[in-house]
Each structure stands twice: as structure tokens, then as C-alpha cells.
Design a protein around this ligand. Structure first.
Ligand SMILES: O=C(O)CCC(=O)C(=O)O
Length: 307
């Protein structure tokens, strides 16, 4: 409900977009409920049933060593198993958000059909990239190095191998011991998911999958993205057949200038002029007045990217 007279579809669209950007910034993730319509869920479920039958050794016959870095639970490189899955590179439910968080020329890093089977013991807590003091917002713009998209293809309730994350940890200033821990303080367990929901998150956020003591399999189509300078994760370079079948825009997303993934160095650093200034100040560090005026400014003003 809004009090202002700023109404109409454009205003509503702008406001909901602003809301999503706000939430992604502070939480590090978005849970887009009902992002896929039921007809889509039914269609993609049929694609998945076919892709599950893929012989992953045949799929990777061109580069068997690449399989070392793949999960294949049940199929990594699912766009190569069935190029129709390239749809998830620029699905309209997420594309504008990827442009906002990664830039208009965002790139593919990896993709999977990812299942959490009954009996799964749970994974280790991890982050695909380091946290960043401002959550990768610099000068009012996102420069996230990695954003992952989960197209959730099954309902997920409590005790069904849920995805779990620590909202806000993409900007954590302190480390937390997370080895061998099932629960972390501040975590959010995604136990209210419906088939057709999309979860997308900043890979700087701590996350993992919980044990699955149920009889249900949690099924997700995962697509992972980076900025224009991102390379693919080893073992995930798309096949020529996939590139040929893709649309021109999808082909662009699949065309990484860098051959393999490397995290860009976004640690705060001082611009050169400031560095010289501080060096000059340190020469006179015995003078109280000078050393006080030279104390480094707090905050993020000195953030630079290496890309
Ligand atoms: O959904 C899950 O169980 C965790 C997946 C995950 O950690 C990842 O894709 O990085």
C-alpha cells in the first residue's frame, strides 16, 4: 500500500524493482516465489526427466578430465546434455536482475541439474567468493563477481534437504568457524519452497544444503553467473553444438573472454595518490598533528577493482 500519488504500471514496476535491489543488497539473496508459471514447471520437468538419463561419460568424452570438477548429481553441463536448458541463461524472470547485479554483459560460469537425494548427509558451508565490506556495492552499483540462480523444481519443506544460507554474510567483517557445523547463527533455512520458485544469491553469502532424511528428492536447475571478465568453472566449457543451438544473446553469455574462472580481487585498496600521501605522512609520523590528520579514512571510498 502506498500513500503517494505516484501510481500506474511504470511506477509499480520501478518500485518492485527497487524493492528487489534493496533486499538483495541487505540480505544477499532473493526468493522469487512463483517466478515460473505451472506450464513452465511441467515442461522443464519433462526436460529434466530426459536429461537424467544422460550418460555423463559419453557427454564428457571430448574432455574426460573435466569431469573431476563436476558434480554430476545427476548431470553437470546440462546445457550440453540438452541445449534447450540454455533458456535458463537469460530467463525473463531473472535476466533484469542479473544485469543489475553483474552488468549487462554478464557471463556463464557453470550449470547443473542438481539433486539432493534421500539420505544426503548435508554439505559443508562455503562461499564461492570472498565476502566484501559493502556486499559488492561500489559507487552505488553492484559489482558482484558471482551470482547463482536456483530454479527450484520441487516443493521443499522442513527436513527435506533444504538449502540454507546466512543472510548478510556476503558483507561479514568477522570470520566464523563453520567446519562440521550443521547450523550457523543467523541462518535462514529455505523450507517453504514451491516448485517454480527462484532463489538467486550473491556467492559471497555463506550457504550449503542440509541433510535429507526424507524420501523426497530436492531438484534444482542451477545456473551460475559472473561479470564480463568471468571465466567458466573448469569442466564446464560449453560444447560447439550448444553454442550453435543457442540464441545470439545466449551465445554471448556463453562466450567468456577468460578461459577459466578466477576471482577478481576486490579488496579495499588505496588509490595511488592516497598511497603517496600516506607514505609522505609516515616520514613525519613523529609529529602528532600530521599523524592525526593522516589516519586512513574508514569505509569503502578507496575500493578499486582489478578488472
Ligand atoms: O542447494 C544446495 O544444497 C547447495 C548448493 C550449493 O551449495 C551451491 O550450488 O553452491
Amino acid at each position: 500500500m502506498y500513500r503517494s500519488s505516484d501510481s500506474g504500471p511504470d511506477a509499480a514496476r520501478r518500485r518492485s524493482y527497487d524493492d528487489l535491489r534493496f533486499v538483495f543488497d541487505i540480505q544477499g539473496y532473493l526468493h522469487l516465489r512463483g517466478a515460473l508459471i505451472s506450464e513452465e514447471v511441467a515442461e522443464y520437468t519433462r526436460w529434466m526427466e530426459e536429461a537424467e538419463k544422460t550418460d555423463v561419460h559419453v557427454l564428457n568424452a571430448d574432455h574426460p578430465k573435466g569431469m573431476k570438477r563436476q558434480l554430476n548429481r545427476p548431470v553437470s553441463r546440462v546445457i550440453d546434455a540438452d541445449p534447450r536448458f540454455a533458456r535458463f541463461l537469460d530467463h525473463p524472470a531473472v535476466e533484469p536482475l542479473l544485469v543489475e547485479f553483474l552488468g549487462p554483459d554478464y557471463r556463464h560460469i557453470d550449470n547443473e541439474l542438481y539433486y539432493i537425494y534421500p539420505g544426503y548427509q548435508g554439505g559443508p558451508w562455503h562461499q564461492g567468493v570472498r565476502p566484501h565490506p559493502t556486499g559488492h556495492v561500489v559507487d552505488g552499483r553492484f559489482l558482484c563477481p558471482m551470482v547463482k540462480v536456483f530454479y527450484c523444481m520441487t516443493d521443499v519443506g522442513p527436513g527435506e534437504g533444504e538449502f540454507v544460507a546466512v543472510p548478510g554474510s556476503h558483507r561479514a567483517q568477522f570470520k566464523i568457524a563453520h567446519r562440521d557445523r550443521l547450523d550457523l547463527p543467523g541462518q535462514r533455512v529455505f523450507d517453504d519452497v514451491k516448485a517454480g520458485d527462484v532463489i538467486l544469491f550473491n556467492e559471497g553469502m555463506l550457504h550449503t544444503g542440509r541433510p535429507n532424511p526424507s524420501w523426497k528428492t530436492r531438484k534444482t536447475i542451477i545456473f551460475n553467473f559472473g561479470r564480463s571478465d568471468a571465466g567458466v568453472w573448469p569442466g564446464y566449457a560449453p560444447s560447439p553444438r550448444t553454442l550453435e543451438a543457442a540464441t545470439p544473446h545466449q551465445r554471448e553469455i556463453l562466450t567468456n573472454p577468460a578461459r577459466v574462472w578466477a576471482e577478481p580481487d576486490l579488496r579495499p585498496s588505496r588509490p595511488k595518490a592516497k598511497k603517496l600521501f600516506y607514505a609522505f605522512c609516515s616520514l613525519f609520523s613523529r609529529s602528532k598533528a600530521v599523524s592525526t590528520s593522516c589516519s586512513p579514512a574508514p569505509g569503502v571510498k578507496g575500493l578499486e577493482t582489478t578488472s
